[in-house]
Design a protein around this ligand. Structure first.
Ligand code: F6P
Length: 320
């Protein structure tokens, strides 16, 4: 192996830059050249490559977003798109690819590997933390703290006005962010896609608290909850009970910002490990960290196995 490429794909997450930096520095350190692919798999198809030297990744460890840009590539979902991508890698004599992204990106990368024999290593980076094979994904902790900071502020105004607030956080199909910030902010209820939502029970709980004089109430809802988005839930609650609420959708603010130390360090370890996995011939795989140890699993585990929510957090989110 003499030359590797790195790209970021899917929704960006804080720490992606730290991971690019570690990948490039480890590659150079092991005597390889490093190529950055811009705009995710679209850049692979278009041959949008830049050579990365050590100085190109200076002063980025603390920056949110991704210097390589990211994309959700429709073209890469097609066999033609993947063939074009593989041809570009071959023409540029690139022997291995590091894909920093979420499970959707890993799925595409695995297909590229299967169909064209390209060695690919996935590094789990998404604010959603919904990837099996790693305790944490890069960006999750920063996103959680961003959301927590916002909810603490919402709590102040909720208390000042004796109001019910419904705060929507990201997580189209996973409740990791909602559960973590729900528990961390002392929310009165957490609504997530993985568990059934009983709006009548939530209304009873809120009414009971109001009758006890505890009139600031916050419901944290993951955007993919079965009861709908925050606005729909607010309307349903008002219909059931007459209770009026205010809605705050945190949205993409959760994806930006400077990564916290935990994400910078995790990104650095995993970028390093990804290069080592490529050089050591681990084949199509993902790197992760479990109980403080770097682990390597087949890439397909990332979407065929389902990461579980922490059962203690589920209990805690119910008991308040
Ligand atoms: O990257 C994950 C995620 O942030 C999800 O939590 C969210 O549902 C989705 O991306 C939003 O994606 P987009 O930015 O493409 O709208």
């Amino acid at each position: 192996m003499r030359k590797i490429a790195v790209l970021t794909s899917g929704g960006d997450s804080p720490g992606m830059n730290a991971c690019i930096r570690a990948t490039v520095r480890r590659a150079l350190n092991r005597g390889l050249s490093a190529i950055g692919v811009r705009k995710g798999f679209d850049g692979l198809i278009d041959g949008d490559f830049i050579e990365l030297e050590s100085q190109n990744v200076s002063n980025i460890i603390q920056r949110g977003g991704t210097i390589l840009h990211s994309a959700r590539s429709e073209r890469f979902l097609t066999p033609e798109g993947r063939s074009a991508a593989a041809a570009n890698l071959r023409n540029d004599n690139i022997d291995g690819l590091v894909v920093i992204g979420g499970d959707g990106s890993f799925r595409g990368a695995d297909r590229l590997s299967e169909e064209h024999g390209i060695a690919v290593v996935g590094v789990p980076a998404t604010i959603d933390n919904d990837i099996w094979g790693t305790d944490l994904t890069i960006g999750f902790c920063t996103a959680v703290n961003t959301a927590l900071e916002a909810i603490d502020k919402v709590r102040d105004t909720a208390a000042a006005h004796d109001r019910l607030f419904i705060v929507e956080v990201m997580g189209r199909s996973a409740g990791f962010i909602a559960l973590e910030v729900g528990v961390g902010s002392g929310a009165e209820a957490v609504l997530i896609p993985e568990t059934p939502t009983d709006l009548d029970a939530i209304v009873r709980k809120v009414r009971k608290r109001i009758s006890m004089g505890r009139s600031s109430n916050i419901l944290v809802v993951a955007e993919g909850d079965e009861a709908g988005n925050a606005f729909e839930i607010a309307a349903k609650i008002e219909k059931i009970s007459g209770l009026k609420s205010r809605v705050t959708v945190l949205g993409h603010v959760q994806r930006g910002g400077s990564p916290e130390s935990i994400d910078r360090v995790l990104a650095s370890k995993l970028g390093w490990a990804a290069v080592d996995a490529l050089v050591d011939g681990a084949g199509s795989c993902m790197v992760g960290e479990i109980n403080g140890e770097i682990v390597i699993h087949p890439l397909s585990d990332a979407w065929t196995k389902k990461k579980k929510l922490d059962p203690l957090l589920l209990v805690l989110s119910e008991t308040r």
